[in-house]
Write a protein that binds this ligand. Structure first.
Ligand SMILES: Nc1ncnc2c1ncn2[C@@H]1O[C@H](COP(=O)(O)OP(=O)(O)OP(=O)(O)O)[C@@H](O)[C@H]1O
Ligand code: SF4
Ligand SMILES: [Mg+2]
Length: 389
């Protein structure tokens, strides 16, 4: 629900209207999660079975007292098997909300996935009668079904491990729990053996000692290694890493990223790597998704995005990256202006008020996604299907 355009003031009447609307919406979406659905209602088929995840037109809203925040507004991208996909964009553009939507962890009841489809390619579902790879349709999965894949097939590494690790349990207890929950046949001895093995894998030199330690007894870098061990323990197919190294110092950051990449290659899983740091993306990602104000504005392989950036925002992001070997004393470039208010988004291009290349066409509807090559697409009126690739 939109509030009156360009007005910070909400009248009592309008406020009541918003609350009434929010309650109705929240009740509706919450009731969908509790219903007992047949498997056919929460399964679908993959567009390409080489993808582990396909996000199509995802919409996630927060029903707030000021109106409906469109945090994610029609996001579409794929995560291929065995690849690292980097998701970049400035603060508040919807990176975390996209990943939380995939995990069904958006803060409910205010936050709800209201549109689109998230398809997860689960091996156990096999193929349908027409030979198409079946997939879970995560948006329609009842909560109790989601427990089967969350934390096992899809895991998450957060920015600050201290908030994800429980301070009152040892690292060993928390690691064993992952195995014991997802493998009902595992004995406590087997779980411990696997946990110590995982700690070794993530480069912890005294795994038995760390196994018996509490989170506060470890350094930030070690805690993040434990989080990676935990994320890998269930042999996941997809790891979502949301700013996994932002809280660490630069040298530890490089070590952790290197470790994540090495383990991803060894275990053969995919990673959705969320960051605002283009340097991290350049080092790590096979494919890149650039987000702006809840939308994907450009996507392509790392080569497409770094060697041939097309959207004026992507070009601006690259210009605003500090260069260590720059010998000029020029001030660092910053993109002027602000992101539009997510409650009152314009009907035209969201970047228009900050864009230096704006033309008459840009006053029209929001620009459609243009495929400039098989791997590269952009939403901007400066390009058409034949140009720019
Ligand atoms: N619980 C919430 N209630 C209301 N709005 C929210 C909530 N969580 C997120 N939002 C809004 O959703 C939008 C997207 O937020 P999100 O956390 O996904 O941004 P982000 O791209 O991850 O940013 P950052 O780089 O700062 O982590 C923002 O406008 C934010 O204010
Ligand atoms: S559509 Fe127009 S305003 Fe939007 S980014 Fe492209 S040139 Fe700039
Ligand atoms: Mg975030």
């Amino acid at each position: 629900m939109k509030t009156k355009k360009n007005s910070a003031y909400i009248s009592l009447k309008e406020s009541r209207k918003i609350i009434k609307y929010n309650i109705k919406q929240m009740k509706y979406y919450e009731s969908l999660k509790r219903r007992n659905s047949e498997e056919s209602e929460y399964t679908s088929v993959m567009r390409d079975e080489n993808n582990i995840l396909e996000i199509d037109g995802l919409e996630t809203c927060f029903f707030t007292d000021n109106g409906t925040v469109k945090a994610v507004n029609g996001v579409s991208f794929d995560i291929p098997k065995n690849k690292i996909v980097g998701v970049v964009g400035e603060s508040g553009c919807g990176k975390s909300v996209t990943s939380l939507s995939v995990m069904q962890l958006v803060q409910a009841p205010q936050g709800q996935v209201t549109g689109g489809q998230i398809r997860f390619n689960a091996a156990e579902l096999g193929y349908d009668g027409e030979g198409k790879k079946r997939a879970y349709d995560i948006r329609n999965m009842p909560t109790k079904e989601m427990y089967k894949i969350r934390g096992k097939d899809i895991t998450m590494i957060f920015q600050e491990p201290m908030t994800s690790l429980n301070p009152v349990f040892t690292i060993g207890y928390q690691l064993d729990e992952v195995t014991l929950i997802h493998d009902p046949e595992a004995t406590p001895e087997k779980a411990k053996e696997l946990s110590v093995e995982m700690l070794k894998k993530v480069g912890i030199s005294m795994p038995e000692h760390v196994y018996a330690s509490y989170p506060h007894e470890l350094s930030g870098g070690m805690r993040q290694r434990v989080m990676i061990a935990m994320a890998l323990a269930g042999d996941p197919k997809l790891i979502i890493a949301d700013e996994p190294t932002t809280a660490l110092d630069v040298t530890i950051q490089a070590q952790i990223l290197e470790l994540l990449k090495e383990l991803q290659r060894k275990q053969g899983c995919s990673v959705m790597l969320i960051t605002h740091d283009l340097g991290v993306i350049a080092e790590m990602a096979d494919e890149v998704v650039i987000m702006y104000a809840g939308r994907v504005i450009e996507k392509g392989t790392a080569k497409d995005i770094f060697h041939n950036p097309l959207h004026p925002y992507t070009i601006g992001l690259q210009k605003s990256k500090p260069l260590i070997n720059s010998d000029t004393n020029e001030k660092l470039y910053s993109i002027p202006g602000q992101v539009p208010n997510p409650i009152n988004l314009p009907d035209s291009c969201y970047f228009k008020n900050r864009c230096e290349r704006c033309t008459g066409k840009c006053d029209g509807a929001y620009p459609p996604e243009i495929r400039v090559s098989d791997t590269h697409s952009v939403s901007c009126y400066l390009y058409d299907e034949k140009r720019g690739g």
